[in-house]
Design a protein around this ligand. Structure first.
Ligand code: CTP
Ligand code: C5P
Length: 340
């Protein structure tokens, strides 16, 4: 039409179980190869047939993929093997997948057809994160039956000088993370857009560990309260203080990328204070602070972290309508551990 080149439509497909920033990074790279990104997600039956039951239901997985900011369309219940018919049906030029081989239950490369037809492109897989790795971190967490107290915190503080300097970036809380974060990755994930004059600015803070559907529903509600949504992420020691055990499962850098990949989020504060201070309200020109219906723990001095915004009449509790928690995910995995 009107002389313009037809837009390039890119196809991706997968299980997208326990969606993580590795999935998001592959979708980001895929989107950059065209104009529109269409993502096909397998249903529970198809995944169970080829690699065993997923942790998240198909409805949860469809919603999580649709929440990623580079995704334009989600196609539900697509077949495990990508066919030319499916690319044509959704008017997609080619299929994109990470540089790892995916096999069917019969050992066939799921992309052999699109590869043979020259309608396949590869992007780089993100090293250091996978569903298997995250499940491993969770099982490790449940094997260490202790709550972190003062002693562990001191040990952690001692170790903090070497934190992030060795190749595995071991932290006392998220020691299993093998992911190497860079500023480049943060730039690629970030919108880099400041608020427009007159934008209503919403602020919410939390751990956002193992970014899940509960978080996504909360962020959708939070974004609907204004025009520009800023998310404050607490550091690993702060999260550990109020969530205990070996939480968080994802370290701060990983949590930053997970939250930045969400289409409702405009900006992230990396290592936000637990208490919402006057300084923070002024600095980011916050119009409203929101929190979900999950319990709010007082700070070390037993003070309400939202005392300031409450005094200013700028605080609101939002009902995400979703009762998912990081702990529930861990429970699901333990219940299903024989299946993995
Ligand atoms: N992917 C990636 N980097 C990762 C994990 C997945 O780029 N660390 C990509 C895969 O290459 C694929 C897409 O994400 O193109 C969707 O994959 P899915 O079928 O869900 O991926 P798995 O490879 O099974 O991912 P995981 O091992 O994390 O379950
Ligand atoms: O627990 P966490 O700090 O990650 O939560 C971040 C925010 O998401 C909090 O405001 C919490 O109340 C909200 N949330 C929600 N519904 C869920 C899970 C979290 O509203 N199911």
């Amino acid at each position: 039409e009107n002389g313009d080149k037809r837009e390039v439509r890119v196809w991706c497909d997968g299980c997208y179980d326990m969606v993580h920033f590795g999935h998001a990074n592959s979708l980001r790279q895929a989107k950059a190869l065209g104009d529109k990104l269409v993502v096909g997600v397998h249903n529970d039956e198809e995944i169970t047939k080829h690699k065993g039951p997923p942790v998240f239901t198909e409805e949860e997985r469809y919603k999580m993929v649709a929440g990623i900011k580079w995704v334009d369309e989600v196609v539900k219940a697509v077949p495990y093997v990508t066919t030319l018919e499916i690319l044509d049906k959704y008017d997609c030029d080619f299929c994109v997948h990470g540089d790892d081989i995916t096999m069917t239950a019969d050992g066939v490369d799921t992309y052999s057809i699109v590869k043979a037809a020259g309608r396949y492109k590869e992007v780089q897989r993100t090293a250091g994160v996978s569903t298997t790795d995250l499940v491993g971190r969770m099982l490790l967490l449940t094997r260490q039956h202790f709550r972190r107290g003062e002693f562990e915190y001191d040990v952690a503080k001692e170790h903090s000088s070497t934190m992030g300097q060795d190749s595995s970036a071991k932290s006392p809380w998220t020691g299993c993370s093998q992911f190497l974060p860079t500023t480049q990755k943060i730039i690629q994930f970030s919108d880099g857009k400041p608020p427009k004059p007159g934008d209503r600015i919403i602020y919410a803070a939390g751990s956002f560990d193992l970014f899940h559907v509960g978080h996504l529903d909360f962020l959708e509600k939070a974004r609907a309260q204004g025009d520009y949504l800023i998310i404050g992420l607490h550091t690993d020691p702060v999260v550990n203080r109020y969530q205990g055990s070996n939480y968080p499962i994802m370290n701060l850098h990983e949590r930053v990328l997970s939250v930045l990949a969400c289409k409702y989020v405009s900006e992230v504060v990396i290592g936000a204070p637990y208490n919402v201070t006057n300084d923070l309200m002024d600095h980011f020109k916050v119009d409203l602070v929101v929190h979900g219906k999950t319990p709010i723990l007082n700070d070390e001095n037993d003070a309400d972290p939202f005392a300031v915004p409450k005094q200013l009449g700028k605080f609101m509790i939002l009902d995400s309508g979703n009762d998912m928690t990081t702990e529930k995910i861990v429970e699901r995995i333990i219940t299903n551990r024989l299946k993995f």
